[in-house]
Design a protein around this ligand. Structure first.
Ligand SMILES: CC(C)(COP(=O)(O)OP(=O)(O)OC[C@H]1O[C@@H](n2cnc3c(N)ncnc32)[C@H](O)[C@@H]1OP(=O)(O)O)[C@@H](O)C(=O)NCCC(=O)NCCS
Length: 421
């Protein structure tokens, strides 16, 4: 088993008010450590003013557990996402967000905290429906530049600029095209679908929100009346009403649901990568691990998946099988020399896309490269069947999986949430 990940326990989230002072101090300290601040530099006052950054822009922090078993977490990095027409905007254009003031505490460098922050910022930008992200960098910031290149930023020389004798290079990032709710639904179809005013109401015995939620396709004449009819369908089935709030949903849907007493659940990012250049097949994993690919899930695959998926409650295997076999898909199973199941993955095929889902690694086998192995094997198997692009859905709270997928070249394309009552 390898050492604990260097980023173990690092989380990125919006700043909390009680952290403003620490974030301001960290930003100034990080800039000073890099020789970017002179003695008595007026810019230091601005760097320290995290309270104003949080008010006028989106201020992210990376936190890590404190050493020595101290219960509280400490702020180890920060990044600002500045909207157009705010005082932090330098080259941002309408509809874009500008990355500014990336700072990692000197003692926390070289552990991937910066990559975590930038990756989280791209997800945040997509969640805010930004059409692009822009930043300025100095030619000599080679480490940062490698990170930006790896995450898909490209040079925009036409937007390079200067400031007090310093030449700054502009880099831009554009979200990839999302598969869209119809392709996503085609890879995980409900066992029963009802049409309510053009919306698709999914029912599958309550197994998975994805297959038991309504897709709000278009704006109905009377939103409240349509919601009432959706609720009646779920009430008749004895299930909670669940709606997916995503791009394409009517304006004001989330507010209407909040008014009706719904709660937001499972905020989820759709991540995308194309399959033109696949990652190398080789992954360092324990010897004797085998990955088998099948066109249907056998009992081992289903048990391997449900063993983790349904750890907290009873699931009817017949319903689970009906949901996962509702569309063409490949089923991957990783086993050890004794034939014990170590992990599973499903790669559904629809419209040139593969939708990866059901990635589960047995708890005792984690952090040995199996998640990476299965992901790469799934991408290859799907490409062999003609898929040219891949997507997957990952809950925002699932930081470990997000790291795995970012490392495998997946980029955020959309964010959605389920609202449930
Ligand atoms: C997510 C999951 C599949 C990862 O499987 P795994 O075999 O442990 O992953 P790997 O060993 O291949 O890890 C590959 C990389 O992913 C990242 N990663 C994986 N788990 C992580 C964790 N818990 N915390 C931080 N990073 C993590 C790391 O970057 C890791 O590389 P490294 O070990 O060289 O640092 C596993 O934790 C799991 O089954 N979780 C429950 C189900 C789940 O969340 N599935 C994904 C749904 S979208």
């Amino acid at each position: 088993m390898s050492d604990p990940a260097p980023t173990a326990g690092v989380q990125v989230r919006l700043v909390r008010p009680e952290e403003h002072d620490a974030v301001g101090a960290l930003t100034a300290e990080a800039y000073r450590a890099d020789g970017l601040l002179e003695v008595d530099d007026a810019y230091e006052v601005e760097l320290r003013d995290a309270e104003r950054r949080a008010r006028e822009a989106v201020l992210l922090v990376a936190t890590a557990p404190r050493a020595g078993g101290h219960p509280a977490e400490e702020v180890v990095g920060t990044l600002t996402l500045a909207p157009y027409a705010t005082s932090y905007a330098e080259i941002v254009e309408p509809g874009e967000l500008e990355l500014r003031m990336l700072a990692v505490a000197p003692g926390a460098r070289g552990r991937g905290v910066g990559a975590r922050l930038v990756t989280a910022a791209l997800r945040e930008a997509v969640a805010r429906r930004a059409r692009g992200v822009v930043l300025s960098t100095l030619a000599e910031m080679a480490t940062a530049r490698r990170l930006y290149d790896r995450l898909g930023f490209v040079a925009a020389p036409g937007r390079d600029w200067g400031h007090e004798g310093v030449r700054l290079q502009a880099l831009t990032w554009t979200p990839p095209v999302a598969p869209g709710v119809l392709v996503e639904a085609a890879t995980w179809p409900p066992t029963d679908t009802r049409d309510v005013d053009g919306w698709r109401v999914g029912l599958s015995g309550g197994f998975t929100r994805r297959a038991n939620s309504a897709l709000p396709l278009g704006t109905p004449a009377d939103l409240g009346a349509t919601l009432g009819r959706v609720e009646a369908v779920y009430a008749a089935a004895g299930q909670p009403a669940v709606l997916r709030v995503c791009s394409g949903a009517p304006e004001g849907l989330a507010a209407a649901l909040a008014d009706r007493g719904y709660a937001e659940r499972a905020v989820t990012d759709v991540l995308v990568r194309d399959l033109a250049a696949l990652p190398p097949a080789h992954v360092a994993v324990p010897p004797d691990v085998r990955v088998a690919v099948a066109d249907a899930p056998d009992a081992t695959w289903l048990t391997g998946w449900l063993g983790v998926k349904a750890a907290g409650g009873a699931v009817d295997p017949g319903t689970a099988r009906a949901v996962v076999t509702g569309s063409p898909a490949l089923y991957l199973t990783a086993t050890d020399a004794d034939g014990s199941t170590l992990g599973v993955l499903r790669a559904a095929l629809a419209d040139g896309w593969t939708g990866l889902s059901c990635l589960m690694v047995a708890p005792a086998a984690r952090r040995r490269g199996l998640g990476r192995l299965l992901t790469r094997a799934g991408l290859r198997a799907a490409a062999d069947r003609g898929a040219t692009r891949a997507f997957l859905q990952v809950e925002v709270a699932n930081a470990g999986a997000a790291d795995l997928y970012a490392g495998e070249g997946f980029r955020p394309a959309e964010r959605y949430a389920y609202w449930e009552r």
